[in-house]
Design a binder for this molecule. Structure first.
Ligand code: ATP
Ligand code: MG
Length: 784
């Protein structure tokens, strides 16, 4: 028997679902059932005279649309639900544009350019126009054009807009308007639309063709929008075009979760809604059905610190729940271990599945540490909204160099990098090399080493370029014996021009590519240091590559049954929920992002982002930060995020308590006594529980140290950093001592064997398990 779904709503929700006489705005905090209201409203409309094709529902992700459709399908039947128009703005509008393409001078087979395609087109336009590509950086030009499109400004409008021109002149890029014009024309000639065009062209289609608009207005008798706080002017205007006349529109959103201002979304939209539709009925929902009382109160206490917001109440009637656990890690690597250990512990205690966990971070580059920690334990995970670390293009490019240096016959690696970074070796030349190699049954590399022997017909210029490439690779091959993987890896990244390529501008994309490459270098650094501590004298690039290929080989889809831990950025977690959520990397300059500086608006947006993160959690929420982190090629000392201070301490479980709670073995309890004697601050005695004011803290983070014969080139920069102290004198380490390791954190020495250079210690680390370390290279200090 079908249950009455309306019984699954509270009174305010029910009212919002039933009100269908005019514009409706549901504005409410996280987890209060906004998405449920939209879903049930659609079912309600279908049961009250609307046909599925009369309903247009716009969601934040296609996944959300699928879930809504499934739920509605269970109510009204799958067959009917199938005909709903539901999806993201981009997917729904590209469908409309394909159907109506001829009205705006396209064919229905138009191509959609992704960001990389548009950048590459912009790059060639900038070149053709003879502009300086250091001034006219593609990322920056792209951002300006994208911004114009999101505000529905065409090239003609842009050229006529005095303000836009003056802004460009002030930024010393007066030619942006001409680039925009050319870019616009070239996309059209190529029959292509970029992501922003999907919105702008829909707007133009409706604007310039009233007959087409009339058809869609007729068809979409009801328009519903989820996550309305993150719509931009273009999206907002299209909704208006479709609903201005019949006023059947329902939007739901939460101003406290507006996190896309960089894409042109404007918090004002939601406030503006009632002005555009003066007879809007506003519904407020106050009960959160997702999270424990503690999580809801903690999130409220955080968001209160923002000035720009619509006041609202949010409460939960679920159980009180446990305080939010805060973990302090000594290093980013230990942060990974702590989180993974906690996941294992919760699974043991409460019978959670892997899918009940999510790890949320501010930047994609942070995923590597967690991926590695999870892989080590063979815990299945899935990365959303970003490629798995080693699948990312920039990482594959770098790895291709490594592969060619290690094995010059590697054909795929050769093809991938022969013209990356661009060195003027075109497809025709590559085609000729491939032909010669195939004919002579040899490798591409051999052909370019002896072009004459293999009858390669190329002009002098191309010949020189090929020889330049060969010499570059040979140079690396020549130093292989003298350098370890980390040193050679950084040489390759610098000398091949890769680092220049990704440093050419500070667009968010390039920045994230750069961060990823830096993460790879950090990984190599860790890898070498660890192997040396474990007693390997030289750690070669081949060693590193075999490790990497094992990692990727293990990453098979054996457990593709949905039982996986979710790893994603906070941005992509919007609208989702998980039983257990770890929000990681809560450090200044990371979360809040260093990009916002001290801008109050920027900081408020970062705080909203943190609010989104916490409110994803149903039962447990954990926050973590690391005192040291490898970033931009060097070890950085971080301070805990200011946002940690924004949450009332009564909702938190503070670092040292969390770290000591379950110490059962003898070593750990001795450590506890030690800490207690040392007088570590307690939660109640400290008004600033994080970072500043830690003078009473006994445990100090030791400065970064590298194995002595591992010359520490400051990975991607040029200046070597001084090798720091932290290595204990060999004779002073004894079984029973507590030590603090730079990467593994706190541990107890179990035994010491061997003498002199060969002296080794077996150490049991609280969070990283047992390790055998060569004392000559070990990076720890004795703490008790
Ligand atoms: N009346 C209700 N009774 C029981 N559970 C409910 C009720 N309303 C919503 N829920 C449940 O509470 C959770 C949060 O609901 P929903 O995702 O719709 O909230 P939301 O306001 O859209 O959240 P967000 O702001 O994060 O997008 C969901 O699991 C939903 O099924
Ligand atoms: Mg929602």
């Amino acid at each position: 028997m079908k249950t009455n779904y309306l019984d699954e709503l509270n009174n305010s929700q029910l009212e919002a679902v039933r009100y269908n006489d005019g514009p409706a705005l549901v504005i409410a905090g996280a987890g209060s059932g906004k998405t449920r209201v939209l879903t049930y409203k659609i079912a309600y409309l279908l049961e009250n005279g609307y046909e599925p094709w009369n309903i247009l529902a716009l969601t934040f992700t296609n996944k959300a649309a699928r879930e809504m459709k499934d739920r509605i399908g269970r109510q009204v039947g799958e067959q009917r639900a199938r005909y709903l128009w539901m999806g993201t703005f981009h997917s729904v509008f590209s469908r409309i544009l394909r159907a109506e393409a001829s009205h705006i001078g396209f064919t229905s087979q138009f191509t959609i350019y992704d960001t990389a395609d548009s950048k590459s087109l912009l790059r060639s336009i900038i070149k053709e126009m003879g502009l300086d590509d250091k001034t006219y950086k593609t990322g920056m030009v792209q951002a300006r054009i994208s911004n114009a499109k999101n505000h529905l400004v065409s090239p003609t409008g842009y050229a006529a807009n005095k303000e836009a021109y003056e802004a460009d002149v002030a930024a010393r890029v007066p030619a942006v308007r001409d680039i925009y014009r050319r870019y616009w024309d070239r996309c059209r000639q190529a029959g292509a639309m970029d992501f922003d065009d999907l919105l702008m062209n829909t707007y133009l289609l409706f604007n310039d063709h009233p007959d087409v608009l009339a058809r869609y207005r007729n068809q979409f008798r009801y328009v519903l929008v989820d996550e309305y706080q993150d719509t931009n002017i273009a999206q907002h205007s299209i909704v208006l075009q479709l609903t201005k006349e019949n006023q059947r529109v329902c939007v739901v959103g939460d101003d406290a979760q507006s996190i896309y201002s960089f894409r042109g979304a404007d918090i004002e939209n939601i406030l503006y809604f009632t002005k555009i539709y003066p007879n809007t009925r506003v519904f407020k929902l106050e009960q959160n059905y997702r999270s424990t009382q503690t999580i809801v109160c903690a999130a409220n206490s955080l968001i209160e610190k923002n000035e720009r917001q619509i006041q609202k109440e949010v409460f939960s009637e679920k159980e009180q729940g446990e305080p939010i656990g805060v973990f302090q890690a000594y290093s980013d690597m230990e942060e990974g271990e702590i989180v993974v250990n906690k996941i294992a512990e919760l699974r043991r205690e409460k019978d959670y599945g892997y899918a009940d966990f999510a790890i949320l971070y501010r930047t994609n580059a942070q995923s590597r540490i967690f991926e590695e920690a999870l892989r080590k334990r063979t815990i299945p995970y899935k990365i959303y909204g970003g490629l798995s670390f080693y699948q990312r293009k920039e990482i594959k490019d770098v790895i291709a160099y490594f592969r060619l240096v290690v094995n010059p016959s590697d054909e795929e690696a050769f093809k991938r990098i022969i013209n990356y970074p661009a060195r003027g070796i075109g497809e025709t030349t590559v085609g000729k090399i491939i032909a010669a190699a195939t004919e002579n049954e040899t490798s591409l590399w051999t052909v370019i080493c002896e072009p004459l022997t293999y009858g390669l017909v190329i002009n002098k210029g191309t010949h020189n370029k090929l020889q330049g490439f060969r010499e570059l690779i040979e140079l690396f091959i020549g130093t292989q014996g003298d350098k370890n993987a980390y040193e050679l890896g950084t040489d390759i990244i610098r000398q091949s021009g890769i680092i220049n390529d990704v440093c050419q501008d500070t667009s968010p994309e390039n920045l994230s590519r750069r961060e990823n490459i830096e993460e790879l270098v950090n990984g190599m650094n860790d890898f070498c240091a660890l192997r040396m501590e474990e007693g390997n004298s030289n750690v070669s690039l081949t060693d590193f590559l075999s490790e990497v290929s094992l990692l990727t080989d293990q990453d098979s889809d054996k457990t593709d049954d949905g039982e996986k831990i979710t790893l994603m950025t906070v941005h992509s977690a919007k609208g989702l929920e998980f039983k257990n959520v770890f929000v990681v990397g809560l450090e200044e300059n990371l979360f809040p992002s260093g990009m916002v500086g001290d801008s109050p608006r920027g900081l408020e947006e970062e705080r909203r982002l943190f609010y989104v993160a916490i409110t994803r959690a149903e039962e447990h929420c954990f926050l973590s930060y690391a005192k040291t982190r490898f970033r931009y090629g060097k070890m950085e000392f971080g301070s805990p995020s200011r946002f940690l201070h924004d949450i009332e301490t009564r909702y938190l479980h503070l670092p040292h308590e969390a770290g000591l709670a379950r110490s059962v073995d003898e070593g750990a309890s001795r450590f506890r006594r030690e800490i207690e004697r040392g007088g570590m601050r307690s939660a109640s005695s400290s008004r600033t529980p994080f970072g500043a004011g830690t003078s009473k803290e006994k445990v100090q983070v030791i400065p970064p140290a590298m194995p002595r014969n591992l010359k520490r080139v400051n990975s991607l920069g040029s200046k070597p950093t001084a090798s720091a102290s932290g290595t204990p004198p060999v004779g002073s380490v004894e079984a029973g001592q507590m030590i603090e390791h730079e990467r593994f954190g706190i541990g107890e020495v179990m035994k010491v064997e061997g003498a002199g250079d060969n002296a080794k210690a077996t150490i049991h680390f609280k969070n990283a398990g047992d390790k055998q370390l060569l004392l000559r290279f070990a990076r720890f200090k004795i703490i008790g």
